[in-house]
Design a protein around this ligand. Structure first.
Ligand SMILES: Nc1ncnc2c1ncn2[C@@H]1O[C@H](COP(=O)(O)OP(=O)(O)OP(=O)(O)O)[C@@H](O)[C@H]1O
Length: 226
C-alpha cells in the first residue's frame, strides 16, 4: 500500500492558541482513518491542514509525495476542487439550489458542462436511497436526507480523499449509522481514502484504523504494519 496523504510534524496556532504541536499521520490509499480525541484537541485543525484549507506554521503536508505547502494558492485550490471531497457535520447545502444542483456543484466548478453534470449527479440519488428528491431544496429534506445529499456531493467527482468532519454529528444514531454504511460502502467501491473526524467510538468503528489527537499531537502508530 502507498501513502496518499501525510502530515509531518505539523504545527498550527490560531493567534496565541496553539492547535497543533507537531502532529504527524500518514494515510494509505484506500484507507478509512478515524481521527478521534477530546473536544479542542486539534482534530478539525488537522483535517483542515491535511485538506490544504489551512497552511501549517511549521512541518509539512504531502499529497502523493508532493509538498502542499510549496504549491501556490491556485494550485492548492485546484487540488481541493479536483482531488478532495468534503462532508461536514451540518451538510452545508446551498439553500438556493435544488438537491441535484447541490450534488452537481463540484462537477460544475471543475468545468463539467451542466448537461453532463446533472445526469451524473442524478445517478447518486438512486445509489443513496434518495430517489424522487432531486428537485427539493435543503429546507425540504430531513437531516439524514440532507446529509446523504452532502455525501453524494462529496463523492460525485470521485475524489482521491474524502474529508468528513463529524458527518453524523447532527443525526440520531440510527440515521447516523445509515449514513456511515453508505459512506463506507461507496468509499470502498471507489477506492476512496477517507479521513473521518469523530467523537464517537461507534462511528470510528467503521474505519480501518483509529488515531487519537491529544493536545495537538497524534498519539498512535502512524502506519499500518505491512
Ligand atoms: N477559528 C479559531 N480561532 C481561534 N481558535 C481556534 C479556532 N478554531 C479552533 N481554535 C482552537 O484551536 C484548538 C483546536 O481546535 P479544533 O477545532 O481543531 O479541535 P477539535 O478537536 O476539532 O474540537 P471539537 O471536537 O470540539 O470540534 C482549540 O483550542 C480551539 O479553541
Amino acid at each position: 500500500m502507498s501513502v496518499v496523504i501525510e502530515a509531518r510534524t505539523v504545527e498550527f496556532s490560531f493567534g496565541q492558541t496553539p492547535a497543533l504541536r507537531g502532529a504527524s499521520v500518514a494515510v494509505e490509499a484506500g484507507e478509512i482513518l478515524a481521527v478521534m480525541g477530546p473536544s479542542g484537541s486539534g482534530k478539525s485543525t488537522l483535517l483542515h491542514c491535511l485538506a490544504g484549507i489551512l497552511v501549517p506554521d511549521a512541518g509539512e503536508i504531502l499529497f502523493d509525495g508532493a509538498s502542499v505547502h510549496s504549491m501556490t494558492e491556485t494550485e492548492r485550490s485546484s487540488l481541493r476542487r479536483d482531488r478532495f471531497g468534503f462532508v461536514f457535520q451540518f451538510g452545508q447545502l446551498v439553500p438556493e439550489l435544488t438537491a441535484v444542483e447541490n450534488v452537481a456543484l463540484p462537477l460544475l466548478l471543475s468545468g463539467v458542462h451542466r448537461k453532463q453534470a446533472l445526469p451524473k449527479a442524478s445517478a447518486w440519488f438512486a445509489r443513496l436511497g434518495l430517489d424522487g428528491l432531486e428537485q427539493r431544496r435543503s429546507g425540504e429534506l430531513s437531516g439524514g436526507q440532507a446529509q446523504r445529499v452532502a455525501l453524494a456531493r462529496g463523492l460525485v467527482a470521485e475524489p482521491r480523499v474524502l474529508f468528513a468532519d463529524e458527518p453524523t454529528g447532527a443525526l440520531d444514531s440510527l440515521t447516523g449509522e445509515q449514513v456511515m454504511d453508505l459512506l463506507v460502502g461507496v468509499a470502498r467501491e471507489q477506492g476512496t481514502t477517507v479521513i473521518l473526524v469523530t467523537h464517537e467510538a461507534r462511528i470510528a468503528a467503521y474505519a480501518d484504523r483509529e488515531v487519537m489527537v491529544r493536545d495537538g499531537r497524534v498519539n498512535a502508530p502512524d502506519r499500518i504494519a505491512s
